[in-house]
Each structure stands twice: as C-alpha cells, then as structure tokens.
Design a protein around this ligand. Structure first.
Ligand code: USQ
Length: 384
C-alpha cells in the first residue's frame, strides 16, 4: 500500500512509519515539527534522545534497509495536503494534531492554535480526498476523551438510539470533553461524519486512550527511538510516573487519583493501527474504533509503577497533589470495544507490571535528561 502519515515525527507517527516500511509499504511522511517546538516552548525535551528527521531517515535506511519519503509541511496548508493527495494513496493517517490537553488550556492563544491546527487540518484532508482521491481510506486519530466519563457504556458507533420527550430518533453518541484539545477532536469527529455523509468518504475515526511505552519491535537501535515526553504539558500519565520514578520524584497523582482511563501501550497502538490499515472499512463507511487495552484508575497505575520501581531497587513515594484539571474523579467508565477484538487484538493479556518494568529499564540510562528538567514536572497549567 501507499500510505501518507501526517505527523510522522511524533510519538506514534515515527514507529508507525517504521512498521509500515518494514512490512514493505510505501510511506510518505509529512510534518512541520510543531511538537518539537511546543515541547521546547515549555522548556522541555524528550527523555529518549531523538535525531533530526534527516538522521532518523538515514538510520531507518542503514539499520532496516528501508526508504521513507518525507515532506516538511503543515497540514493547515492546503497546498501541502493537495500535493500528497495527488499521489492517490491507499490510506492517509492523520496524526498531525496538537495532542496535549494542558497545552490547549494555557491561554487563549494556545486554545486558538489548537482549534485552528486541528480543525483546519482535518478539513483540508477531507476536501483534498473528495477532490483528488475519494477512495483513500482516512484514518484519523481521535480520543476517548471526546466522550468524557458518562454514566453509560459508550457505544462504538457513530449514532445511538435515543428517546427525547416521547419520541425516538438516532443521535450522535453524546460527547462531553474535558479540555479545549479534547473539544477540538469532538469537532473533528462531527466534521468527519458530515464529510462521510456528504461525499461518501471512507473513514476510520480512532478513539484512543493515553498511550505509554518506549518500544516497538522495529526500534532496535538508539537512532530509531521515538520521543518520550514527561513534562507537565506533554507527558502522558504513565510515562510521567515512570520518568518521576527513575529520578526519585514523588509520583504526581492528581486529586484522589480515582479517575479512570483506558490505557494502551505504544506497541499495542501500532499493532492496532496496522490492523486497521490492512483491514479498512467498506468503501464509503464511517467506522468508529475504541482503542485501549485496559482501564485503570491513575492511583492504581501509581502503585504499579511504584512496585515495579521497587523491584529495580528504586524507592518512590506517591503524592496526591491538588488536581489542576476540571474532571470527575469518581465515575463509571466503559467504552465498548468490538472492532479491534474482531480483528484479533487484545486477546493475549500482556503483563502490565512487566511492561512498566521494561519502560523503567529503557529510560534509566537517560535519567540525567529527566533530572535536568526536574523543575518542570509539577503541573503549571490550571483549568480554572
Ligand atoms: N494525571 C495524573 N497525574 C499526572 C498526569 C495526569 O493524575 O501527572 C491524570 C489526569 O488528571 C487525567 C489522567 O491522568 O485524569 C490522564 O491524563 P494524561 O495527561 O495522561 O492524558 P490526557 O491529558 O487525557 O491526554 C492524553 C493524550 C491525548 C489523548 C488522551 C486520551 O495527551 O492526546 O487524546 O490522553 S484520553 O485521556 O482518553 O482522552
């Protein structure tokens, strides 16, 4: 297949490119390095050192013998999107969105940037697909956070039957997001559903939970590392706890820590996306996918990280700090999963504790890079 990855330089984009290239697919990557700039803006860096795109591409060639094409460009620039869509790819993977909830909550400018980048980027892709390559499968990274934490099982469908007053109709599955970032993905989903209805585009809208991890089978050399963020703005919770553990920083549990999310490892995420690309929906279908392996509260995660660290001889304490976010801390949580299990995902349960231990071992050699940024581990961005 010929596959375009918008956002090839990111945490998921780079390992997905390696996976696809290793399996013999043609990969064209696009990125404007905005995550690198955003991480720098908040005074941070990736704990695992990553090379420039040129170095990464050279390493992929030398270590794996694969050629990956790259275009430096911005998904909000229609000219760039048109240029790659003219190649009539089999699939376009859209990861090129501002992905941090805290970044979007910093101030008005960051909220505006998040909306502009995310919503316009998706709009460019659906228009370019309509005009230049209507059969291209658009695989878009959304988030489970679009739904919030409702008190019902979240259907893995676009629409759901609802009774309002005394009449029944089909409505879009209700959403109540918890940051401007998460709202931007809600609007994306609406726009994708609408484009699918209007023009019959083929879409997979993935709703994924927070990802953790340092490796995939293709990352066999330091030069192939993907980024690993741990600061208050760009790090996701499990990666943050692991980074905190290796420098002896108390684990930063927000509030009671009873808030539950659906977590997935980097490796499972890449496996799932690969499966979804190689098993596309029917032509003209809008497919919703809930992508996570297991649901845990963040306090449970903290205990798992603390225990895994103890097994490696590291003593870590757990701190409950005032929650900087506005979110429910006690709630029901059950996003339904059918699509990925039907493709064979999530069968064999990996031992979460040993995965966390591997992560800790992977970042220990780079703990000095985390130590150097110790002052930006505590949250600086508040929702209210
Ligand atoms: N949390 C802590 N301590 C920390 C950091 C986070 O207790 O040091 C808590 C948060 O309060 C939240 C949960 O952990 O309840 C998850 O936070 P997170 O920062 O790992 O994830 P989030 O901001 O929700 O965003 C991440 C990704 C985003 C993706 C989303 C999936 O950055 O791109 O869409 O996970 S989901 O959470 O399902 O919406």
């Amino acid at each position: 297949m010929k596959i375009v990855i918008f956002g090839i330089d990111g945490y998921l984009g780079w390992p997905l490119a390696l996976r696809l290239a290793a399996r013999g697919h043609d990969v064209i990557g696009v990125d404007n390095y905005s995550t690198r700039r955003g991480v720098e803006e908040v005074g941070s860096w990736s704990a695992l050192p990553i090379g420039t795109m040129e170095e990464r591409l050279r390493a992929a060639k030398e270590v794996m013998g694969v050629d990956i094409s790259f275009i430096e460009g911005d998904v909000t620039d229609y000219g760039v999107v048109k240029k790659v869509m003219q190649e009539k790819p089999d699939a376009v993977v859209h990861f090129a969105e501002q992905k941090s909830a805290p970044y979007s909550m910093m101030d008005l400018d960051h909220a505006k940037y998040t909306f502009t980048n995310n919503i316009i980027g998706t709009l460019n892709i659906v228009y370019a697909a309509r005009d230049l390559s209507p059969r291209t499968h658009i695989l878009k990274m959304g988030t489970l956070g679009e739904y919030g934490t409702p008190n019902f099982d979240i259907p893995e469908t676009a629409m759901v039957k609802a009774i309002i007053g005394d009449r029944e109709d089909e409505i879009v599955v209700p959403r109540w997001a918890g940051s401007w970032y998460h709202w931007s993905k809600v609007y994306d989903s609406y726009n994708l559903m609408y484009a699918n209805k209007l023009w019959g585009l083929t879409v997979t809208d993935i709703h994924q939970g927070p990802v953790y991890g340092t490796r995939t089978p293709e990352i066999i050399d330091e030069r192939l590392f993907t980024r690993f963020d741990f600061d208050d703005v760009w790090g996701t919770v499990i990666n943050r706890y692991c980074a905190q553990a290796v420098i002896g920083h108390p684990l930063t549990v927000y509030g009671s820590g009873k808030q539950i999310r659906g977590f997935i490892s980097l490796e499972d995420s890449i496996d799932s996306i690969y499966l979804l690309l190689t098993h596309p929906p029917e032509e003209g279908e809008y497919r919703v996918v809930h992508q996570y392996r297991e649901a845990h509260s963040v306090i449970e995660i903290a205990h798992i990280v603390r225990n895994a660290a103890a097994e490696l001889g590291m003593e870590v304490s757990i701190d409950h700090i005032q929650n900087p976010r506005a979110e429910k801390e006690e709630h029901y949580y059950n996003p339904i999963r059918r699509v990925l299990p039907s493709l064979g995902m999530f069968g064999l349960r990996k031992d979460f504790r040993s995965e966390v231990k591997v992560m800790l071992q992977d970042i220990i050699p780079y703990r000095h890079r985390i130590e150097e940024k110790r002052s930006i581990i505590m949250p600086r961005v508040r929702w209210r």
